[in-house]
Design a protein around this ligand. Structure first.
Ligand SMILES: Nc1ncnc2c1ncn2[C@@H]1O[C@H](COP(=O)(O)OP(=O)(O)OP(=O)(O)O)[C@@H](O)[C@H]1O
Ligand SMILES: Nc1ncnc2c1ncn2[C@@H]1O[C@H](COP(=O)(O)OP(=O)(O)OP(=O)(O)O)[C@@H](O)[C@H]1O
Ligand SMILES: [Mg+2]
Ligand SMILES: [Mg+2]
Lengths: 165, 172, 165, 172
């Protein structure tokens, strides 16, 4: 089980180095075992250096940079061991337009192997969907599902889904 | 394995029976603040065996049963069903040593106001243990790296060494 | 000091009841002292009921509802004791279009008494500003201030501020 | 009292001297992820006497000094100045019993690589205590309800009773 863990760890590490560069358009990231002598209970350290910046602690990263680093890690684990479906609830809330687009491009790479259920307010992310479900509370306090066509989404989406009154 | 359907009835703000059909690719759920989107994520976690009311944003498990609105009375029960196409044989459910037949697998969880709770696989009553074991090692378990709740995306970076470790172990 | 605290508490309470209704377009909210016998060290309990819904614990509110309730509380304290300036860093991140607008309308009521420094990605909030500052890292890793005119903001804003290359 | 100007030099990602002028109403700061917007909020908290490196998102106070980039060497010092129009007499600074004259008040904080740190009011050296006392009871202090950091807006609802209490006390 030691070999199994190490093999999976190395795979995730390689993915993380690659996917971080892809999401940030450069820079460098890595993961290390804090105690390599004791593989089965060692902690895991994460390094992330956005392009053009010095290496600093994770806490100094900005809100958007932290989200992008976390997504790179998530998809790295996902790539090493794809799970049949994945739920993401407003993971793009802190991202600007540019980063939202990079996230969407990365997401598209995983669509062939897994199903995704995504909740988002970002129009760009909505436009990635194969199926778009609207949830509304036209009857106050009671959630109902309504079908929404994407071309109606955007400004009209809010109108379609707004509680009445 | 593919996710085919999610059915909620009396679960949180979904007072009436509501179905979501899933295809390949991305299904996106949209709607105004407070309309019930994150409750859908809670429903999936709950039917897969989540035992902590706090991780479903409540203080006790009863909080998942529809508790009324200005026009409706509270429900007596919450029920969520997940339906999978298991023709790939990815899931290996077992109830008392028996394997249910067919390529479709459904998992149901119910909770009644009197605290009674049921689990069913393909409409056959089973225990939480059977549901948990079926999802073990699929990446869909409780330490899942495949379910990110609202506001928790960066939490993974700030997680303690042990939590991070649990996620890496699940993936190994 | 007991009278002072009670007087301020009552003022905040009245403001909270009013501003919550304003932000949510209805519903009811209130604050209570958990131990009224011991005013000087009692905790403070918050109740919030969005329109059309039953009263439930705060933890069951949605992301956007929590933000709106917190903003109602913030502005209630602010109203009872205005401070000369206020800094808000992406407080509107979880809000949909509708709630963003209600937040902006409430913010506008406080502009006559205080200065605000606001950081936001939401175009609607940006349009409220009297002065708009862009910050960019044209030179990687080094922040510089550039002036931005609002009519250039929006799509062009991202282009003006994007790091080169 | 009105905020007139904020000047950063060598503070976090602001390697060069950068000025922000404030008018009445709303000043909005915009820009892509990671460009330095929240560092401005940290600068204001720091110059007003913040002592915790963690609440400035660092692990030690040295983290506030510009630590270099692919094209620049690290700075030797971080300096932030806030300039107020105090014609209303709202602020009552006092250094060793003396009141600075004039209607404009500036507050400066510096930190050098050798850990030396300076506070100045109207360019006159003073102690942290003088700065703190000047802002006491104005709602601008450290328990301020008037500074909401990124991602912390709902934290106020989830705060412990004591923290909530501290904010209500500050407002009384
Ligand atoms: N047991 C219950 N019965 C009825 N309603 C409930 C129950 N539990 C939670 N709710 C309601 O569900 C609503 C929250 O829904 P949810 O968190 O899914 O919103 P959301 O669509 O994710 O919104 P946001 O965009 O703000 O994140 C709350 O208003 C809450 O009162
Ligand atoms: N001492 C320092 N020297 C140089 N750069 C620093 C220093 N401290 C922090 N930084 C850099 O500042 C950047 C973060 O800036 P900030 O948090 O202000 O971004 P932001 O504009 O708020 O972004 P977002 O929109 O994602 O919230 C990080 O990339 C970090 O590396
Ligand atoms: Mg939500
Ligand atoms: Mg920020």
């Amino acid at each position: 089980s030691r070999e199994l863990f190490l093999a999976s760890f190395e795979k995730i590490r390689k993915n993380f180095q690659e996917l971080f560069r892809k999401l940030f358009g450069g820079g460098k990231a890595d993961i290390f075992l804090t105690d390599p002598q004791d593989v089965l209970s060692s902690g895991i350290e994460i390094y992330a250096r956005p392009p053009g910046k010095e290496l600093r602690s994770l806490t100094l990263l900005s809100g958007g940079e932290k989200t992008m680093t976390a997504l790179a890690m998530l998809f790295s684990i996902f790539k090493s061991r794809p799970s049949p479906f994945c739920l993401l609830d407003e993971v793009d809330a802190a991202l600007d337009e540019n980063n939202n687009e990079r996230f969407n491009r990365l997401l598209a790479e995983f669509v062939p192997t897994s199903q995704f259920l995504i909740i988002s307010h970002a129009k760009r992310t909505m436009s990635m969907a194969n199926v778009l479900y609207g949830v509304t509370m036209q009857e106050p306090g009671v959630s109902k599902r309504i079908s929404v066509r994407f071309e109606d989404a955007g400004k009209k989406l809010d109108e379609q889904l707004e509680p009445v009154g | 394995m593919k996710l085919k359907k999610l059915i909620l009835a009396g679960f949180k703000s979904f007072a009436d029976r509501t179905e979501f059909d899933f295809d390949d690719g991305i299904s996106c759920v949209v709607g105004p603040n407070g309309c019930g989107k994150s409750n859908i994520v809670d429903a999936v976690k709950w039917v897969m065996g989540e035992q902590s009311a706090k991780s479903l944003r409540g203080s006790e498990m009863m909080d998942v049963i529809f508790s009324g609105s200005s026009t409706r009375k509270p429900s007596g029960m919450a029920e969520v069903t997940l339906v999978f196409d298991n023709s790939s044989g990815f899931l290996q459910p077992e109830i008392d040593g028996e394997k249910p037949d067919g390529t479709t697998i459904s998992v149901t969880r119910r909770l009644y106001r009197n605290s009674q709770s049921d689990y069913l696989i393909n409409k056959t009553p089973c225990r939480l243990k059977d549901v948990r074991e079926m999802f073990m090692d699929t990446g869909l378990g409780r330490d899942a790296y495949s379910m990110i709740e609202q506001g928790r995306v960066s939490a993974f970076l700030q997680a303690s060494d042990d939590e991070r470790r649990a996620i890496f172990d699940e993936a190994a």
